[in-house]
Design a protein around this ligand. Structure first.
Ligand code: NAP
Length: 244
């Protein structure tokens, strides 16, 4: 069967590296984006010039109808989604009491409901085929908590609950679902912390550097591959030893 991957939030950062890795491994890939159409298209053109089969699709993962429409367009253009990577996410830093109701709700809408929306849209075909794979992007902050990132950490912990619970529910249907919990990865998201903090985080990381988007992409590709065929419900930490 044709392997078709949908990577949410793939215009930049970790998502773009995941899309590129999977495309090079032979998946037909849909690069989802929200606001950065040009970056998504540039990535698609680069991969197409390397002989990869890719498409782009706009959708705010928080909006169920947009996600449904995107998954139907992937089915038409590439075939049914066999691998879903829930990578789209938002973060920012503020004290708990300063976060507005709207911002709290937006965190959950994008980071948690976004994953639910994509899973619900891709699941019917996976259930009928009794196969499929889902990888969620959690975070080490979802494992251990983070000052001034309470809402973000809550959403990433929720993804761990989603991963473990749904893995148990979907295993009898032959569908695997795992998560990657990255540490400090050099992307736009981390760069918002400023150069000094990034340097300190690199020093705090036992392997002595920040992770790259490609480091995380390799972990996702592993969990998606037949090499991980007996692995489900697991949280693979890719953090250079940060949480040791
Ligand atoms: P990033 O550089 O900020 O990129 C975020 C991506 O998500 C962009 O492609 C963005 O699309 C997309 N996105 C945001 N809101 C969206 C929405 N509502 N609908 C669809 N797409 C949306 O982030 P990153 O560092 O690559 O992080 C990727 C994932 O890894 C996130 O889930 C993040 O929580 C997780 N993570 C990151 C780190 C880290 O250190 N960087 C650590 C742990 C976990 P547009 O640009 O098109 O709007």
């Amino acid at each position: 069967m044709r392997q078709v991957a949908l990577v949410t939030g793939a215009s930049r950062g970790i998502g773009s590296a995941i899309a590129a890795q999977l495309a090079r491994e032979g998946y037909s890939v849909c690069i989802n984006y929200h606001q950065n159409r040009e970056a998504a298209q540039a990535l698609a053109e680069r991969l197409q010039s390397q002989g990869c089969s890719v498409m782009t699709a706009a959708a705010d993962v928080a909006v169920r109808a947009e996600v449904e429409a995107m998954v139907r367009s992937v089915e038409k253009a590439l075939g049914p989604v066999t691998l879903l990577v829930n990578n789209a996410g938002i973060s920012s830093q503020e004290q708990f009491q300063d976060l507005s109701d709207a911002a709290w709700e937006r965190y959950f809408a994008v980071n948690v409901t976004g994953a639910r929306n994509a899973i619900l849209a891709a699941l019917p075909h996976m259930l009928s085929e009794k196969s499929g794979c889902i990888v969620n992007l959690s975070s080490i902050w979802g494992l251990r908590g983070a000052s001034c990132e309470v809402a973000y950490a809550c959403t990433k912990a929720a993804l761990i609950g989603l991963t473990r619970s749904l893995a148990a529910e979907l295993a009898p249907s032959g569908i695997r679902i795992n998560a990657v919990a990255p540490g400090c990865i050099e992307t736009d998201m981390l760069r918002t912390l400023g150069e000094e903090t990034c340097r300190a985080l690199a020093e705090e990381t036992p392997l002595g550097r920040l992770g790259t988007a490609e480091d995380v992409a390799q972990a996702v590709a592993f969990l998606a591959s037949p090499k991980a065929s007996f692995i489900t419900g697991q949280i693979l930490t890719a953090d250079g030893g940060f949480t040791l």
